[in-house]
Design a protein around this ligand. Structure first.
Ligand SMILES: CC(C)(COP(=O)(O)OP(=O)(O)OC[C@H]1O[C@@H](n2cnc3c(N)ncnc32)[C@H](O)[C@@H]1OP(=O)(O)O)[C@@H](O)C(=O)NCCC(=O)NCCS
Length: 203
């Protein structure tokens, strides 16, 4: 069955919860530690006030992935963002990763980002999340900072901040595709600059 991307609708909330809750159960793929219910999903990814777009990867009615792009909220932890920055989060259903779903969702998100006037997209990923780091690298994101924060249960978490510039010198930068070999856990992939100490992920 053919995979399609489309905008998320409220009726997707249940499948989105199931998808992310399985990833939370597996661990390592998201800083979220608390299971989502439909209400929290709507508030957080589906219809937050700051929403630019929430893209669904749909195969015959099955939600196989979702990717949210939001403007930064106002408040602690969000003063790291200049005007025109947006924040991305991506999730592919366990068992369906590595099929190009993430790539398809980012193509759709990029179109919406351009239409909304986004200048730079921020992806902040746990340094231990090798798949997440490799995915955003493959999409053309480049590392620019780290920040030490905590996950949603208050556990320390070092994140790698990656950026994708839609305008300016780095716009449309095409990087070679990395191999699917996992990156080493401690040997972070590229030189990192500008460490920032900040409590993050208050979501
Ligand atoms: C990160 C994630 C969204 C990627 O989604 P995906 O549907 O598996 O990605 P794709 O199959 O479209 O892969 C796109 C490219 O990313 C890279 N990539 C993705 N997963 C990778 C992995 N485990 N190892 C190495 N490279 C990887 C590859 O270059 C791939 O290109 P290729 O298919 O030509 O090899 C998915 O692994 C996921 O949901 N992880 C858990 C949640 C998470 O970590 N989200 C990111 C933080 S918000």
């Amino acid at each position: 069955m053919k995979l399609a991307t489309r905008a998320a609708v409220p009726a997707d909330a249940g499948q989105m919860c199931d998808l992310i809750n399985r990833l939370i159960g597996l661990g390592g793929g998201t800083a979220h530690r608390r299971a989502f219910d439909a209400r929290r999903m709507r508030r957080h990814y589906l219809r937050p006030d700051t929403l630019i777009c929430c893209t669904i990867a749909d195969e015959a009615g099955a939600v196989l992935g979702f990717q949210a792009l939001v403007w930064p909220s106002v408040g602690p932890g969000f003063d790291l963002f200049d005007p025109g920055w947006a924040i991305i989060a991506s999730f592919t259903r366990a068992g369906h990763q590595g099929r190009g779903i993430g790539r398809a969702m980012f193509a759709a998100t990029l179109k919406r980002a351009r239409a909304a006037g986004v200048r730079t997209i921020d992806a902040s990923i746990s340094g231990r999340n090798t798949a997440g780091l490799a995915y955003y690298h493959a999409m053309g994101f480049v590392d620019f900072a780290t920040r030490d924060g905590s996950d949603s249960m208050g556990e320390p978490l070092r994140q790698i901040r990656k950026r994708y510039d839609l305008t300016g010198a780095h716009a449309g930068l095409v990087l070679p595709r990395p191999s699917r070999k996992p990156l080493s856990d401690d040997g972070l992939p590229v030189a990192l600059a500008a460490p920032v100490s900040q409590v993050l992920n208050r979501r």
